[in-house]
Design a protein around this ligand. Structure first.
Ligand code: FES
Length: 111
């Protein structure tokens, strides 16, 4: 279900366990959603290292997610790597009546 401002409802807040990721597809985009200290973050699920779609199984340390495959680390707030360079895409999250909404713009197809 979409709201007027482009946010899509993905789940109830109780569907998310603290520090355990969950995978969703929104507008054909693979995303990983995490709840950390009650705050919700949505990032791309595909690790930029080897394009493995397992970020949702990543380990949470402070406000970072660590890829379970080779340990690359990304900040959940802005997706950056510890070096500050770009890593994962991040998506806006909204909580309305305990339901989680994310905004994922449709990707342009590059044929
Ligand atoms: S695939 Fe994520 S660190 Fe290698």
């Amino acid at each position: 279900m979409k709201t007027e401002n482009g946010f899509e409802k993905i789940c109830h807040i109780s569907d998310l366990k603290e520090k355990t990721g969950k995978r969703f597809f929104v507008n054909d985009t693979d995303i990983a959603v995490f709840k950390v200290d009650g705050e919700i973050f949505a990032v791309g699920n595909i690790c930029p290292h080897q394009k493995t779609p397992l970020m949702f199984e990543g380990i949470i340390e402070n406000c970072n997610v660590i890829c379970p495959v080779h340990g690359w680390e990304f900040n959940l707030k802005d997706g950056t790597k510890p070096s500050g360079s770009k890593g994962l895409d991040t998506y806006k999250v909204n909580l309305i009546n305990d339901f989680v909404y994310v905004k994922v713009l449709s990707k342009k197809l590059n044929w």
